[in-house]
Ligand binder design. Structure first.
Ligand code: SF4
Length: 392
Protein backbone atom coordinates (compact mmCIF):
# COMPACT_ATOMS: atom_id res chain seq x y z
CA UNK A 1 0.00 0.00 0.00
CA UNK A 2 1.36 3.42 -0.94
CA UNK A 3 2.02 5.98 1.75
CA UNK A 4 3.57 9.42 1.81
CA UNK A 5 6.41 7.83 3.81
CA UNK A 6 7.72 6.39 0.51
CA UNK A 7 7.83 9.87 -1.03
CA UNK A 8 9.25 11.46 2.12
CA UNK A 9 12.03 8.83 2.32
CA UNK A 10 13.24 9.81 -1.14
CA UNK A 11 13.41 13.51 -0.24
CA UNK A 12 16.77 14.70 1.09
CA UNK A 13 16.29 17.61 3.52
CA UNK A 14 19.79 19.04 3.04
CA UNK A 15 19.69 18.76 -0.73
CA UNK A 16 16.30 20.51 -0.85
CA UNK A 17 17.58 23.31 1.41
CA UNK A 18 20.57 23.75 -0.89
CA UNK A 19 18.45 23.83 -4.03
CA UNK A 20 16.06 26.41 -2.56
CA UNK A 21 18.90 28.65 -1.43
CA UNK A 22 20.64 28.47 -4.81
CA UNK A 23 17.66 29.86 -6.75
CA UNK A 24 18.30 33.15 -8.54
CA UNK A 25 16.21 36.14 -9.55
CA UNK A 26 16.08 34.66 -13.06
CA UNK A 27 14.44 31.50 -11.63
CA UNK A 28 11.92 33.67 -9.79
CA UNK A 29 11.07 35.66 -12.92
CA UNK A 30 10.59 32.44 -14.88
CA UNK A 31 8.26 31.12 -12.17
CA UNK A 32 6.27 34.34 -12.24
CA UNK A 33 5.87 34.13 -16.02
CA UNK A 34 4.23 30.68 -15.98
CA UNK A 35 0.53 29.90 -15.80
CA UNK A 36 1.18 26.67 -13.91
CA UNK A 37 4.25 26.41 -11.72
CA UNK A 38 6.44 23.35 -11.17
CA UNK A 39 8.16 22.11 -8.01
CA UNK A 40 11.33 23.92 -9.06
CA UNK A 41 9.31 27.13 -9.58
CA UNK A 42 7.82 26.76 -6.11
CA UNK A 43 11.32 26.44 -4.68
CA UNK A 44 12.28 29.66 -6.45
CA UNK A 45 9.21 31.47 -5.11
CA UNK A 46 9.97 30.57 -1.48
CA UNK A 47 13.71 31.22 -1.87
CA UNK A 48 15.61 34.26 -0.55
CA UNK A 49 15.92 35.37 -4.20
CA UNK A 50 12.15 35.94 -4.35
CA UNK A 51 12.00 38.42 -1.49
CA UNK A 52 12.31 41.50 -3.78
CA UNK A 53 9.40 40.12 -5.86
CA UNK A 54 6.75 40.31 -3.17
CA UNK A 55 4.59 42.80 -5.02
CA UNK A 56 4.25 40.83 -8.31
CA UNK A 57 3.80 37.63 -6.30
CA UNK A 58 1.00 39.22 -4.29
CA UNK A 59 -0.72 40.50 -7.44
CA UNK A 60 -0.58 37.09 -9.11
CA UNK A 61 -1.79 35.30 -5.96
CA UNK A 62 -4.65 37.72 -5.54
CA UNK A 63 -5.71 37.35 -9.14
CA UNK A 64 -5.77 33.55 -8.83
CA UNK A 65 -7.70 33.69 -5.56
CA UNK A 66 -10.37 35.96 -7.01
CA UNK A 67 -10.67 33.82 -10.14
CA UNK A 68 -11.19 30.67 -8.11
CA UNK A 69 -13.03 31.85 -5.00
CA UNK A 70 -14.52 35.21 -5.95
CA UNK A 71 -14.45 37.69 -3.10
CA UNK A 72 -15.68 35.29 -0.43
CA UNK A 73 -13.88 34.54 2.83
CA UNK A 74 -15.26 31.68 4.93
CA UNK A 75 -15.45 32.03 8.69
CA UNK A 76 -15.09 29.15 11.10
CA UNK A 77 -14.51 28.83 14.84
CA UNK A 78 -12.48 26.32 16.84
CA UNK A 79 -14.33 24.70 19.75
CA UNK A 80 -11.95 23.20 22.31
CA UNK A 81 -13.58 20.17 23.90
CA UNK A 82 -10.73 19.22 26.24
CA UNK A 83 -7.24 20.27 27.27
CA UNK A 84 -6.28 16.78 28.48
CA UNK A 85 -3.23 15.46 26.67
CA UNK A 86 -1.11 12.32 26.94
CA UNK A 87 1.78 13.82 24.97
CA UNK A 88 4.68 16.07 25.83
CA UNK A 89 5.38 18.67 23.14
CA UNK A 90 7.91 21.38 23.96
CA UNK A 91 5.82 24.14 22.39
CA UNK A 92 2.34 23.52 23.78
CA UNK A 93 0.53 24.63 26.92
CA UNK A 94 -1.48 21.38 27.01
CA UNK A 95 1.65 19.19 27.44
CA UNK A 96 1.01 16.46 30.04
CA UNK A 97 3.64 17.71 32.49
CA UNK A 98 2.34 21.29 32.54
CA UNK A 99 0.63 22.03 35.83
CA UNK A 100 -2.50 23.60 34.38
CA UNK A 101 -6.10 22.96 35.31
CA UNK A 102 -7.54 20.23 33.06
CA UNK A 103 -11.07 20.16 31.75
CA UNK A 104 -13.18 18.09 29.38
CA UNK A 105 -16.59 19.45 28.44
CA UNK A 106 -19.69 17.41 29.26
CA UNK A 107 -22.89 17.29 27.23
CA UNK A 108 -24.41 20.37 28.80
CA UNK A 109 -21.21 22.42 28.51
CA UNK A 110 -20.83 21.42 24.85
CA UNK A 111 -24.40 22.50 24.12
CA UNK A 112 -23.75 25.89 25.74
CA UNK A 113 -20.60 26.36 23.65
CA UNK A 114 -22.45 25.44 20.45
CA UNK A 115 -25.24 27.88 21.26
CA UNK A 116 -22.75 30.64 22.06
CA UNK A 117 -21.00 30.08 18.71
CA UNK A 118 -24.29 30.00 16.80
CA UNK A 119 -25.22 33.29 18.47
CA UNK A 120 -21.97 34.77 17.12
CA UNK A 121 -23.03 33.64 13.62
CA UNK A 122 -20.78 30.59 13.15
CA UNK A 123 -22.09 27.60 11.21
CA UNK A 124 -18.71 26.02 10.35
CA UNK A 125 -16.99 24.38 13.30
CA UNK A 126 -13.56 22.95 14.03
CA UNK A 127 -13.53 20.65 17.08
CA UNK A 128 -10.17 20.68 18.87
CA UNK A 129 -8.86 18.49 21.68
CA UNK A 130 -5.54 17.62 23.22
CA UNK A 131 -4.53 14.06 22.40
CA UNK A 132 -5.98 11.77 25.07
CA UNK A 133 -7.57 8.73 23.46
CA UNK A 134 -8.52 7.21 26.84
CA UNK A 135 -10.82 10.02 27.98
CA UNK A 136 -11.39 11.94 24.73
CA UNK A 137 -11.37 9.16 22.17
CA UNK A 138 -13.87 7.42 19.93
CA UNK A 139 -16.42 6.77 22.70
CA UNK A 140 -16.47 10.48 23.53
CA UNK A 141 -16.74 11.43 19.84
CA UNK A 142 -19.53 8.91 19.22
CA UNK A 143 -21.43 10.26 22.21
CA UNK A 144 -21.23 13.93 21.28
CA UNK A 145 -20.82 14.23 17.50
CA UNK A 146 -24.49 13.98 16.46
CA UNK A 147 -25.62 16.73 18.85
CA UNK A 148 -22.73 19.00 17.90
CA UNK A 149 -23.29 18.43 14.18
CA UNK A 150 -26.96 19.41 14.56
CA UNK A 151 -25.85 22.96 15.46
CA UNK A 152 -23.57 23.46 12.42
CA UNK A 153 -23.46 23.19 8.62
CA UNK A 154 -20.01 21.62 8.59
CA UNK A 155 -17.79 19.87 11.09
CA UNK A 156 -14.01 19.49 11.04
CA UNK A 157 -11.76 18.05 13.74
CA UNK A 158 -8.20 18.57 14.94
CA UNK A 159 -7.64 15.72 17.40
CA UNK A 160 -5.21 12.81 17.82
CA UNK A 161 -4.56 10.83 14.61
CA UNK A 162 -7.04 7.96 14.34
CA UNK A 163 -7.31 4.68 12.46
CA UNK A 164 -8.78 4.66 8.96
CA UNK A 165 -11.89 2.77 10.15
CA UNK A 166 -12.42 5.30 12.92
CA UNK A 167 -12.37 8.18 10.44
CA UNK A 168 -14.82 6.28 8.25
CA UNK A 169 -17.14 5.82 11.24
CA UNK A 170 -16.94 9.51 12.18
CA UNK A 171 -17.82 10.39 8.61
CA UNK A 172 -21.14 8.57 9.10
CA UNK A 173 -21.71 10.80 12.16
CA UNK A 174 -21.26 13.98 10.15
CA UNK A 175 -17.50 14.56 9.96
CA UNK A 176 -16.56 16.69 6.94
CA UNK A 177 -12.85 17.31 7.40
CA UNK A 178 -9.73 16.72 9.47
CA UNK A 179 -6.74 18.97 10.12
CA UNK A 180 -3.49 17.19 10.95
CA UNK A 181 -0.33 19.23 10.92
CA UNK A 182 2.98 17.40 10.78
CA UNK A 183 4.58 20.21 12.88
CA UNK A 184 7.94 19.58 11.13
CA UNK A 185 8.96 17.16 8.37
CA UNK A 186 12.53 17.09 9.70
CA UNK A 187 12.58 13.83 11.71
CA UNK A 188 15.48 14.75 14.08
CA UNK A 189 13.81 18.07 14.95
CA UNK A 190 10.48 16.29 15.38
CA UNK A 191 12.13 13.94 17.89
CA UNK A 192 13.56 16.90 19.84
CA UNK A 193 10.12 18.46 20.36
CA UNK A 194 7.94 15.40 20.99
CA UNK A 195 9.19 13.90 24.19
CA UNK A 196 6.44 11.56 25.42
CA UNK A 197 3.31 9.86 24.15
CA UNK A 198 2.05 8.52 20.83
CA UNK A 199 2.91 11.78 19.06
CA UNK A 200 6.53 10.68 19.24
CA UNK A 201 5.72 8.33 16.36
CA UNK A 202 6.68 10.55 13.40
CA UNK A 203 5.41 8.11 10.78
CA UNK A 204 2.03 7.45 12.41
CA UNK A 205 1.40 11.17 12.04
CA UNK A 206 2.99 11.44 8.59
CA UNK A 207 0.68 8.75 7.23
CA UNK A 208 -2.50 10.15 8.80
CA UNK A 209 -3.55 12.00 5.62
CA UNK A 210 -3.22 8.68 3.74
CA UNK A 211 -5.64 7.08 6.20
CA UNK A 212 -7.97 10.06 5.76
CA UNK A 213 -7.85 9.80 1.98
CA UNK A 214 -8.57 6.08 2.12
CA UNK A 215 -11.47 6.70 4.54
CA UNK A 216 -12.98 9.10 1.99
CA UNK A 217 -12.83 12.18 4.21
CA UNK A 218 -13.97 15.17 2.20
CA UNK A 219 -11.41 17.75 3.33
CA UNK A 220 -7.87 17.24 4.63
CA UNK A 221 -5.85 20.07 6.17
CA UNK A 222 -2.04 20.14 6.14
CA UNK A 223 0.65 22.38 7.58
CA UNK A 224 3.87 22.72 9.52
CA UNK A 225 4.36 24.69 12.73
CA UNK A 226 6.78 27.43 11.72
CA UNK A 227 9.44 28.11 14.29
CA UNK A 228 10.13 24.49 15.21
CA UNK A 229 12.74 23.56 12.64
CA UNK A 230 15.58 25.90 11.81
CA UNK A 231 14.44 26.13 8.19
CA UNK A 232 10.92 27.23 7.36
CA UNK A 233 11.62 27.06 3.63
CA UNK A 234 12.42 23.34 3.58
CA UNK A 235 9.49 22.51 5.86
CA UNK A 236 7.23 24.50 3.49
CA UNK A 237 8.56 22.60 0.52
CA UNK A 238 7.78 19.32 2.32
CA UNK A 239 4.19 20.51 2.90
CA UNK A 240 4.00 21.22 -0.84
CA UNK A 241 5.29 17.73 -1.66
CA UNK A 242 2.75 16.23 0.75
CA UNK A 243 -0.06 18.22 -0.84
CA UNK A 244 0.90 17.27 -4.42
CA UNK A 245 1.18 13.60 -3.48
CA UNK A 246 -2.24 13.60 -1.78
CA UNK A 247 -3.95 15.49 -4.61
CA UNK A 248 -2.69 12.92 -7.05
CA UNK A 249 -3.43 9.87 -4.86
CA UNK A 250 -6.75 10.85 -3.26
CA UNK A 251 -8.18 13.15 -5.88
CA UNK A 252 -11.74 12.86 -4.49
CA UNK A 253 -10.74 14.77 -1.33
CA UNK A 254 -10.19 18.52 -1.11
CA UNK A 255 -7.28 20.09 0.71
CA UNK A 256 -6.44 23.08 2.83
CA UNK A 257 -3.10 24.48 3.96
CA UNK A 258 -2.53 26.56 7.09
CA UNK A 259 0.51 28.56 8.16
CA UNK A 260 0.69 28.47 11.98
CA UNK A 261 3.64 30.20 13.64
CA UNK A 262 4.66 29.43 17.22
CA UNK A 263 2.78 31.48 19.80
CA UNK A 264 3.61 32.04 23.49
CA UNK A 265 2.12 29.49 25.89
CA UNK A 266 2.63 28.04 29.36
CA UNK A 267 6.00 26.27 29.43
CA UNK A 268 6.54 26.97 25.70
CA UNK A 269 9.87 27.27 23.88
CA UNK A 270 11.30 30.16 21.89
CA UNK A 271 11.13 29.66 18.08
CA UNK A 272 14.27 28.03 16.58
CA UNK A 273 13.95 30.34 13.59
CA UNK A 274 11.69 33.24 12.88
CA UNK A 275 9.38 33.27 9.92
CA UNK A 276 9.07 37.03 9.47
CA UNK A 277 5.80 38.57 8.35
CA UNK A 278 7.06 39.46 4.86
CA UNK A 279 8.31 35.88 4.48
CA UNK A 280 4.92 34.56 5.56
CA UNK A 281 3.30 36.68 2.83
CA UNK A 282 5.82 35.26 0.35
CA UNK A 283 4.98 31.72 1.43
CA UNK A 284 1.20 32.20 1.24
CA UNK A 285 1.47 33.70 -2.25
CA UNK A 286 3.76 30.87 -3.41
CA UNK A 287 1.22 28.29 -2.20
CA UNK A 288 -1.59 30.06 -4.04
CA UNK A 289 0.46 29.91 -7.25
CA UNK A 290 1.28 26.24 -6.70
CA UNK A 291 -2.27 25.19 -5.86
CA UNK A 292 -4.85 27.75 -7.03
CA UNK A 293 -7.81 25.58 -5.98
CA UNK A 294 -6.64 24.77 -2.48
CA UNK A 295 -8.12 26.49 0.54
CA UNK A 296 -5.54 28.64 2.33
CA UNK A 297 -6.31 29.40 5.96
CA UNK A 298 -5.07 32.02 8.41
CA UNK A 299 -5.88 31.83 12.11
CA UNK A 300 -6.02 34.28 15.01
CA UNK A 301 -2.38 33.43 15.82
CA UNK A 302 -1.60 36.40 13.55
CA UNK A 303 -2.08 40.07 14.41
CA UNK A 304 -5.12 42.09 13.34
CA UNK A 305 -2.95 44.33 11.13
CA UNK A 306 -1.33 41.40 9.38
CA UNK A 307 -4.61 39.57 8.85
CA UNK A 308 -6.41 42.61 7.49
CA UNK A 309 -3.68 43.12 4.89
CA UNK A 310 -2.93 39.53 3.92
CA UNK A 311 -6.38 37.89 3.89
CA UNK A 312 -7.40 39.98 0.82
CA UNK A 313 -4.39 38.68 -1.09
CA UNK A 314 -4.79 34.91 -1.05
CA UNK A 315 -6.62 33.62 2.04
CA UNK A 316 -10.09 32.17 1.78
CA UNK A 317 -10.76 30.69 5.22
CA UNK A 318 -10.29 32.40 8.58
CA UNK A 319 -11.08 31.84 12.20
CA UNK A 320 -12.18 34.81 14.30
CA UNK A 321 -12.87 35.51 17.96
CA UNK A 322 -11.19 32.18 18.76
CA UNK A 323 -10.94 30.83 22.29
CA UNK A 324 -8.23 28.19 22.75
CA UNK A 325 -9.64 26.76 25.97
CA UNK A 326 -12.49 24.35 26.72
CA UNK A 327 -15.61 26.30 27.59
CA UNK A 328 -14.22 29.62 26.40
CA UNK A 329 -17.25 30.94 24.51
CA UNK A 330 -19.98 30.51 27.10
CA UNK A 331 -17.60 31.48 29.98
CA UNK A 332 -14.02 32.76 29.84
CA UNK A 333 -11.31 30.49 31.30
CA UNK A 334 -7.94 31.94 30.23
CA UNK A 335 -6.12 29.67 32.68
CA UNK A 336 -7.14 26.66 30.52
CA UNK A 337 -5.90 27.96 27.17
CA UNK A 338 -3.50 26.22 24.76
CA UNK A 339 -1.87 29.43 23.52
CA UNK A 340 -2.71 33.14 23.39
CA UNK A 341 -4.35 34.24 20.13
CA UNK A 342 -2.95 37.49 18.70
CA UNK A 343 -6.09 38.71 16.96
CA UNK A 344 -8.54 39.12 19.83
CA UNK A 345 -11.16 41.12 17.92
CA UNK A 346 -14.75 39.92 17.87
CA UNK A 347 -15.86 37.91 14.81
CA UNK A 348 -18.06 40.81 13.71
CA UNK A 349 -15.17 43.25 14.01
CA UNK A 350 -13.02 41.01 11.76
CA UNK A 351 -15.91 40.61 9.29
CA UNK A 352 -16.39 44.39 9.12
CA UNK A 353 -12.68 44.92 8.39
CA UNK A 354 -12.81 42.41 5.53
CA UNK A 355 -15.99 43.92 4.15
CA UNK A 356 -14.28 47.31 4.04
CA UNK A 357 -11.49 45.64 2.00
CA UNK A 358 -14.08 44.55 -0.61
CA UNK A 359 -14.48 40.96 0.58
CA UNK A 360 -17.63 39.04 1.43
CA UNK A 361 -17.56 37.19 4.76
CA UNK A 362 -19.39 33.87 4.54
CA UNK A 363 -20.70 32.24 7.71
CA UNK A 364 -23.03 29.52 6.55
CA UNK A 365 -23.13 29.14 2.75
CA UNK A 366 -22.08 25.53 2.24
CA UNK A 367 -21.46 25.91 -1.50
CA UNK A 368 -19.02 28.70 -0.91
CA UNK A 369 -17.32 26.75 1.87
CA UNK A 370 -16.75 23.98 -0.68
CA UNK A 371 -15.16 26.47 -3.05
CA UNK A 372 -18.10 26.44 -5.48
CA UNK A 373 -18.31 30.18 -5.73
CA UNK A 374 -21.23 31.75 -7.58
CA UNK A 375 -20.66 33.55 -10.86
CA UNK A 376 -22.28 36.60 -9.31
CA UNK A 377 -19.46 36.80 -6.75
CA UNK A 378 -16.79 36.40 -9.43
CA UNK A 379 -18.36 39.09 -11.59
CA UNK A 380 -18.71 41.38 -8.59
CA UNK A 381 -15.05 41.06 -7.80
CA UNK A 382 -13.89 41.51 -11.38
CA UNK A 383 -15.51 44.93 -11.48
CA UNK A 384 -13.81 46.00 -8.25
CA UNK A 385 -10.27 47.32 -8.03
CA UNK A 386 -7.40 44.94 -7.43
CA UNK A 387 -4.97 47.78 -7.07
CA UNK A 388 -4.56 49.66 -3.84
CA UNK A 389 -4.01 46.56 -1.67
CA UNK A 390 -0.99 47.26 0.47
CA UNK A 391 1.40 44.54 1.55
CA UNK A 392 2.66 45.02 5.08
FE1 SF4 B 1 -0.93 17.64 23.19
FE2 SF4 B 1 -1.17 18.57 20.69
FE3 SF4 B 1 -0.32 20.13 22.63
FE4 SF4 B 1 1.26 18.18 21.78
S1 SF4 B 1 0.56 19.96 20.56
S2 SF4 B 1 0.87 18.71 23.93
S3 SF4 B 1 -0.26 16.65 21.30
S4 SF4 B 1 -2.33 19.24 22.48
Amino acid sequence: MNNFTDVWSALDWDDISLRINSKTSRDVEQALSRNKISREDFMALISPAAQPYLEPMAQRAQQLTRQRFGNTVNFFAPLYLSNLCANECTYCGFSMSNKIKRKTLDEDEIRRECEALNALGFKHLLLVTGEHKGKVGMDYFRRHFPAIRSHFDSLMIEVQPLQQEEYAELKTLGLDGVLVYQETYHAPTYALHHLRGQKQDFFWRLETPDRLGRAGIDKIGLGALFGLSGNWRTDSYMVAEHLLYLQQTYWQSRYSVAFPRLRPCTGGIEPASLLEENQLVQLICAFRMLAPDVELSLSTRESPYFRDHVIPLAINTVSAGSKTQPGGYADDHPELEQFSPHDNRSPQHVANALTRAGLQPVWKDWDSFLGRVSQENVAGWQTSKLSGMQIP
